[in-house]
Design a protein around this ligand. Structure first.
Ligand SMILES: [Fe+2]
Ligand SMILES: [Fe+2]
Length: 198
């Protein structure tokens, strides 16, 4: 899919609780949010960008802990590595962007770079991982995964966790976005374990 409209149409063809339907809808929402930020200025642009950062952090963290362990069993390791690398590249670009004032002349061009990276990432996920899930998992498993995805999105943090302040990896190398993802990943792994134990 190349547009939010196409993604919403693909989502609508699946049961609402299906994980792929949920992910298509999230991709569509992220595309929309990328479109909104550059049209705004000042505090409105900052608020829209913060929302985009939160949405992207939650989406990618949730995919890493819910989707990737499943597709990692269905697809070649190189593909999975490539998706993870794309997510890291997007995180690095977001970290660069976060250093800029939202009204800095360099902000919009850098945001465009991030948008292009994220769009290509979506295209790959939709072309490789989504069909694998739809083709290889039972409908029940797809809905179960959808339930996990919603739980993961809900648990993922919207702000950097205080205990990560000063963390050499999170803060210094990749910036606040990486800290968000690191913390979410840890939290979600534990939540997943908890739910499996009950
Ligand atoms: Fe992703
Ligand atoms: Fe995605």
């Amino acid at each position: 899919m190349r547009t939010a409209r196409e993604e919403r149409m693909a989502a609508a063809r699946l049961p609402q609780a299906n994980v792929v339907s949920i992910l298509y809808e999230q991709h569509a929402q992220l595309r929309d949010q990328f479109g909104i930020v550059p049209d705004l200025h000042g505090e409105y642009r900052r608020a829209a960008f913060d929302m985009l950062r939160e949405m992207l952090a939650r989406h990618e963290a949730a995919e890493e802990v819910v989707l990737r362990p499943v597709t990692g069993k269905l697809l070649p390791a190189a593909l999975i590595r490539a998706r993870n690398d794309e997510e890291k590249a997007a995180a690095r670009e977001l970290a660069e962007l976060e250093k800029l004032d939202v009204d800095d002349p360099g902000f919009a061009p850098r945001l465009r770079i991030l948008e292009e990276q994220v769009q290509m990432h979506f295209v790959h996920e939709e072309a490789e991982e989504f069909p694998a899930v739809l083709g290889e998992l039972s409908e029940h498993e797809q809905e179960e995964l959808g339930r996990w995805m919603l739980r993961a999105i809900e648990l993922a943090p919207s702000h950097p966790h205080p205990t990560l302040t000063g963390s050499p990896v999170g803060q210094a190398v990749l910036g606040p976005f990486a800290s968000l993802c690191d913390w979410a990943r840890d939290l979600l792994h534990r939540a997943r374990q908890d739910m499996q134990d009950h």
